[in-house]
Design a protein around this ligand. Structure first.
Ligand code: GUN
Length: 301
């Protein structure tokens, strides 16, 4: 058996088409969603990510503002920029590209973003709201994974999902989303004695550990659906290539469906960022925030 290859590019395009339609409806009311992307320093990978986000925004009718600060910017300078963007009524979403330089406390910066403009879904108000099943802006990568699963499996109710990895950006919000979708959810991580054995019980496996090809076919129940969040650059036979956290070749012989790397989860993350920006804009129109930066409520994803 060889698994169905889940086409992340095509599903991301579907999300982007939905976002374009929603942005056009807003434009007809004289409203253009605005996304501010903050980049501190010159990290080459971050520059590529930011360029792609800005390009994609333009394609779907979202106005983007790029704000760059030098690598030696102080924490106070970054916080002052966030404060200005919080107050700017033309900015509906704020994304601070991570990682930040070492002299800046990443968490302090994230928590300074008004929750209703936190299109990354990293603010504790949004994280807490997600846990309670309340309307929240939700981290883009797990949101993209959930959409891939819904497109592939339909109703997820009653399925057993195993999430491999417990990061704040992917593993934890992924588990919360799957629970909300009525799955039984197990989270395994580096201290779990028999992670492979637990995985073999799963109908759905989502892997986000940052270790190339860690999960192979022997970890999977026949017919499992596999979502691979990893993007790892490795050298193989003198060539550089991208591989996931899943060993695609062996996994695809056991799974019923699997995401490739690249072309699986990757395109979904940016598409869901655009979706969050439009959701944030709609929520802000419905419930305008006061000028008090801490007075905003978390809004619908
Ligand atoms: N750096 C790597 N992943 C992410 C992400 O999802 N959001 C932001 N802001 N920075 C990142």
């Amino acid at each position: 058996m060889s698994a169905h290859i889940i086409d992340g590019k095509a599903i991301a395009q579907k999300v982007l088409d939905e976002v374009r339609t929603a942005a056009a409806a807003l434009a007809a009311r004289g409203i253009t969603p605005g996304l501010a992307v903050v980049l501190v320093g010159e990290d080459p990978a971050s520059q590529v990510y930011v360029r792609n986000k800005v390009l994609r925004a333009g394609e779907v009718g979202i106005r983007s503002l790029e704000r760059r600060l030098p690598a030696d910017a102080s924490e106070a300078e970054v916080l002052a920029l966030i404060e200005a963007l919080n107050r700017d009524k033309t900015v509906n979403g704020i994304l601070v590209q991570l990682p930040l330089p070492a002299q800046i406390d990443e968490n302090k910066v994230i928590q300074a973003i008004r929750p209703e403009k936190d299109v990354d879904g990293f603010h504790v108000a949004n994280v807490g709201a997600l846990q309670q099943g309340l309307p929240a802006l939700t981290a883009c990568t797990p949101l993209g994974c959930l959409r891939l699963l819904r497109e592939t499996c339909g109703d997820l109710s009653g399925k057993h999902a195993v999430v491999v990895g417990r990061s704040n950006i992917v593993g934890k919000p992924m588990a919360a989303l799957l629970l909300q979708a009525h799955c039984a959810v197990t989270v395994v991580h580096s201290r779990t004695p028999d992670a492979a054995g637990l995985c073999r019980l799963a109908d759905i496996v989502v892997v986000a550990v940052g270790r190339p090809r860690m999960v192979d076919g022997s970890w999977l129940k026949p017919g499992a659906v596999v979502i691979d969040v990893g993007i790892n650059r490795i050298d193989e036979n003198g060539k550089s290539r991208l591989v996931g956290d899943v060993d695609f070749e062996s996994a695809k012989e056991v799974a019923s469906a699997i995401t490739p790397v690249p072309g699986g989860v990757g395109p979904m993350t940016i598409a869901c960022l655009m979706q969050n920006t439009v959701s944030a804009t709609l929520a802000q129109i419905a419930a305008p925030a006061s000028d008090n930066p801490s007075g905003g409520k978390p809004q619908t994803a």
